[in-house]
Design a binder for this molecule. Sequence first.
Ligand code: AMP
Ligand code: ZN
Length: 446
Amino acid sequence: MSRSKELFKPINKSEVTMYNCGPTVYDTPHIGNYRTFVLNDLIRRTFEYNDYEVTQVMNITDVDDKTIRRSRAENVKLSTLTKKYEDLFFQGLTSLNILKPQNITRATEYISAMIELVQSLLDNRVAYKAKAGIYVSIDKVKNYGALACLDLSKDSNDEHGQERISNDEYDKENPRDFAVWKFRNEDDGDVFWPASFGEGRPGWHIECSAMSMKILGPTMDIHTGGSDLIFPHHTNEIAQSESATGKPFVHYWIHGGFMNVNGDKMSKSKNNFSKLEELSGSDVSPIAFRYWLLTAHYRTQINFTFEAVKAAQNAFLKLAANISEYPEGGVISADYKEKFIKYINDDFDMPRAVALVWDLMKDSGVSNDNKRATVLDFDKVFGLGLSKLVKESVEIPQNIKALADAREIARQNKDWTKADELRKQIEQAGYDVSDKDGAYKITKKN
Ligand code: AMP
Ligand code: ZN
């Protein structure tokens, strides 16, 4: 909100309450969406590393215009469609080593909380009933648009106003007013719920307000999303939540920068997106993609190319190979840990933290076992699953390690044929590779 770094002060000591706007499950997310989900995970891990207890809530948008449209187009029940994409979304989270939030809230399971919120907005006359639905009158909202730095004096003749007028919903009193409830209509088929103010379904914005406040209370520490959510989504969430409760809704907003392709935001509508499967198809593992994300600050926009991610994968594999060669039993370097904490606690500066790892790798004043212990400790935040990649420290030639790394990537990508082929090559060279507890181990055949 202040557009500057602020010192984090939790509502309750040593606790963090955080709400992450989740996916709209009408399709699988593209890798740009996953950039934002990795950011949520890094925020959580950073706080946990600092001994905070994090209560993380992420919603699943399983009813909105897009999900309904797609389920009608495919002639399947809304819940059948959304369940399928929710499952695929969670598979994506797992492959990226993203910790699952403790609270996953599906919009369709919180309809009564949404109805209550709409009712309270009607009761205090911030919302009004029109032909197509119930709208929030932004004239009644204090500081409407502060998060997006909107200049309301320009009235409805700006880009957003125009967009709405030309869109639909001209029964609104002001084109900027937004729907919190959409009355049942033909296009929605059988998707509607009863409510005293008229059967229908919630608007997208009210979903997140109702779910976040239901679990975390009227005021939460952190709320996140990609920067495209600042307006209108988060702007409207603030408007309706604060109008209903009279309390500040969120203490800290964190928005992630876009992933772009040739300077354009990666998005479904621009048809310039890639999915995790396509990375795998190009022999890039999701974890290497995660490593690539760590090398840019979350607020900056990044430009996606396969070449950039492949270069990051090479660096990541080198790091994993080094760590796996180093002996166990070391201790964490206090000097490096101090710097690491300083960087990650300075607005989640992961690029500096990654650079620190490479400084450490080159530092001849730190023993190899201590390097290993230190990097594995930092990996609690990075979430690269390095300990899984670690192998037994035996004399294994470089080319065999490279084959084993390639096999591990094939396995992460579920390319079993390729993984088997690589195993054969390793065996023909006189080595065995085995998998145990999520790690792989190379041994010389007797
Ligand atoms: P959606 O499923 O469309 O609601 O989006 C899920 C999350 O992905 C939201 O937090 C969006 O802000 C975010 N997002 C969408 N496109 C991008 C992009 N190109 N780069 C980064 N985040 C994005
Ligand atoms: Zn949301």
